[in-house]
Design a binder for this molecule. Sequence first.
Ligand code: HEM
Length: 495
Amino acid sequence: MELYIILLCISIVFLLFKPLFHRSKTLNLPPGPTGLPIIGSIHRLGAHPNQSLSELAEIHGPIMSLRLGSVTVVVLSSPDMAKKILQTHAQSFSDRPIPDAIASMPNLEASLVWGPSDDNRWRKLRGMCSTQLFSAQKLNSLQHLRYQKVEQLIEHIRKHCLSGSQVNIGQVVFATTLNLIFSTMFSMDIVDPEFSTAEEFKELVWKIVESAGKPNLSDYFPVLKRFDLQGVRKNARLPYDRMHEIFDEMIGKRMEARASDPATRNGDFLDVLLDQWEENGSVINRETIKPLIQNLFIAGSETSATTTEWAMAELLRNPEVMQKAREELMNVIGSERTVKESDMDELPYLQAVVKETLRLHPAAPLLLPYKARNDVEICGYTIPKGTHALVNIWAINRDPKYWDHPLTFCPDRFIGSKIDYKDGSYEFIPFGAGRRLCLGLPLATRMVHLMLASMILSFDWKLPQGINPQELDMQEKFGMTLKKAVPLYAIPVMR
Ligand code: HEM
């Protein structure tokens, strides 16, 4: 009886002083800017949060905390600190907070990008995707489909050549990327070969990407979520639903074809997923296939297209680099045949161009957000459960501590260097690292290298009249991906 009274007293004392305990924890947060009442430091983010957070980190250090509305965020801005989150404490930081715009996605719980990583289904799904979809063998078996799409791109650019008109690089590579992913998934096109702008699917992807990139009060003040004051969730719902309808139709047609002729197999991603579905105990079914496919489109299209556009912009701004890349391509491939994915091993300079592009223009400058699953001690600070964590790779990639002349576009820095996307050196992690490393990395690198090499090898390129290479506008637009603020136009010239 006495024991129960003591326990009760301890409980009452704890409850009475809980706010104090809580406060003492808060005080042990990493240093950071003092925010304003209620909004915290939202106002300091501005239009370029990657840049503002980088400036704040110069004052407060590589592990910094700030309050954005009612959400506490830690920002990691050095390779060591990134490693703490992505490797040392990976177990605690393997979930993601879900932005409200994403919350309107049907079957969100089955999402690879946003699903909780301790979920059995998530683990099986991720494992299945890496071994069955993104294996070298599977990607090799579907490369002929990607060659067709890139040939269409070159054919389209050739028409611009003949008419002497300029090409909106971002627009054509975005459409091509969608087609590359679509054909890898479904062995067919989604955007027409002429890349006209009004394609429904392209619009849908675009609307989803746009809504996810919008600053949203509901994300800073989760209590406001239910009101959806800016209508972000509501507006995202429509394109999500329509996209699911399209996938539903594709799945239905393929299932009918397989039922009428069991030998029908295209060997594409959809066939792999349907084969998995037929297996006993599989995590795949009609409802999980759709969010999975959708994730791959949304995560894969804008990122790959944006990277290719930035690479072309840097090449046009640095003619000597363009010349060197072209010479390498001419030496290895020549003018008689088209580029193949298997050529890439022989093209170290082209690979260096893509790495240098991802260093200066990482498609996801803050990676994707992480959320602490429990209280975590890092460098003597306490990161409370529920805190969001952002890894500012944009800041790391431009830090003179890790890179000589960090603002110069110099692919040569990667020649002879061991730094690669997956080698565990945290100063260069454009695809993230650890258990939530970009799943599509093997496809992304194939697509970006293939598009870029084919465009450089097939044409000479010049900037529209009146624009000097040094004056090319390289400003960034922050959103779901870090885009070029002013679209890149260039004029192809027949070689
Ligand atoms: C140049 C192109 C790409 C870049 C720079 C890129 C970058 C990234 C980054 C930084 C992350 C977050 C990693 C982290 O939080 O640690 C990510 C996640 C992801 N990416 Fe990519 N990505 C690209 C292309 C692709 C492609 C083509 C696909 C698939 C078709 C894809 C599928 C995914 C998926 C499914 C995730 C979520 C992984 C998870 O949360 O477990 N990505 N990507």
